[in-house]
Design a binder for this molecule. Structure first.
Ligand code: LHQ
Length: 259
């Protein structure tokens, strides 16, 4: 099994599971990950995802032994990239929060897979490596889009060109990820976070994801209109009504995540 799926109360943990290859992504793992996300979406009881890796690595990117050689005699990267792009699009559009617990090295597509998630936690021993330039490629899986937005143009370019490992603590200082933490605390914290998110007003979180992504191309005027429309829709959800009621009654809200 290249992907382990564990169901928890309100969320699912997906663990990339090829530890002997540092969870490098092959065709089978891609398929399993896409299928697991589709299943999670269809389950009304699943309101958050926790993505991590089995063993000492998070994900070493594309399995370099699993790239089909095309007619021209060179690896057919286009076909492989179509799969990655579909995966990144799916994660960004998923109507629930995605927590990524980077338990060890995240290299190449593995690094940018993590960056596509909504909240990234990492073990202090983990590193992020934009390994692509080492094999003559550019950052893909949204890397050229995520990096400058997260850490600024100068750092983005140096990360991509030099392909040096960026330790988790510096990644957090630079704003590439949310938090770095002691290795032995990581999974406990990640589970606590996923469980907490699964009890939040998750449809609101889904709309915030959509708004942040739209903001990348919208003008302020367009974004104000979008916020108004999304807020108007959220204003008709049971979670909004419950949130306000719970506030007034000075009690914890009981959210459902339903539209
Ligand atoms: C691997 C891999 C790996 C296979 C470690 N594949 N076996 C998209 C579309 C199409 C094509 C191409 O690419 C892409 C996007 C990309 O992701 S490109 C970037 C691909 N990834 C890389 O270039 C990273 C390659 N890996 C490494 O540089 C190192 O393994 C890192 C720095 C991640 C970790 O180093 P170490 O901690 O020293 O571990 P290791 O190198 O000894 O790896 C452990 C094993 O895992 C080893 O196998 P072995 O049989 O010797 O024990 C590696 O060969 C294997 N492995 N990454 N991507």
């Amino acid at each position: 099994m290249t992907l382990l799926v564990e169901k928890h109360d309100g969320y699912r943990q997906l663990s990339l599971n090829r530890p002997e290859r540092l969870n490098a992504l092959n065709t089978e793992m891609h398929g399993a990950l896409m299928a697991a996300l589709t299943e999670a979406e269809a389950d009304p009881d699943c309101r958050a995802i926790l993505l991590t890796g089995a063993g000492r690595g998070f994900c070493a990117g594309q399995d370099l032994g699993d790239v089909q050689v095309g007619d021209s005699g060179v690896p057919d990267l286009k076909a492989v990239l179509e799969r990655y792009n579909a995966l990144i699009r799916k994660l960004r559009a998923l109507e629930m929060p995605v927590v990524c617990a980077v338990n060890g090295v995240a290299a190449g597509a593995g690094a940018n897979l993590a960056l596509a998630c909504d909240i990234v936690l990492a073990a202090k021993s983990a590193n992020f490596i934009q390994a692509f330039s080492r094999i003559g490629l550019i950052p893909d899986c949204g890397g050229t889009w995520f990096l400058p937005r997260l850490v600024g143009a100068a750092r983005a370019r140096a990360l991509a060109i030099l392909a040096e490992p960026l330790p988790a603590e510096r990644a957090a200082e630079w704003g590439l990820i949310w938090q770095a933490m002691d290795d032995d605390a990581l999974m406990n914290e990640a589970h606590k976070l996923a469980a907490r998110l699964a009890k939040q007003a998750t449809i609101g979180i889904a709309f915030a994801k959509r708004a942040f992504d739209a903001a990348e191309t919208n003008t302020l005027g367009q974004q104000l209109d979008l916020e108004r429309d999304l807020q108007d829709e959220l204003g008709h959800t049971p979670d909004y009504a419950e949130g306000v009621r719970a506030f007034v009654e000075k009690r914890a809200a009981n959210f459902t995540g339903k539209r």
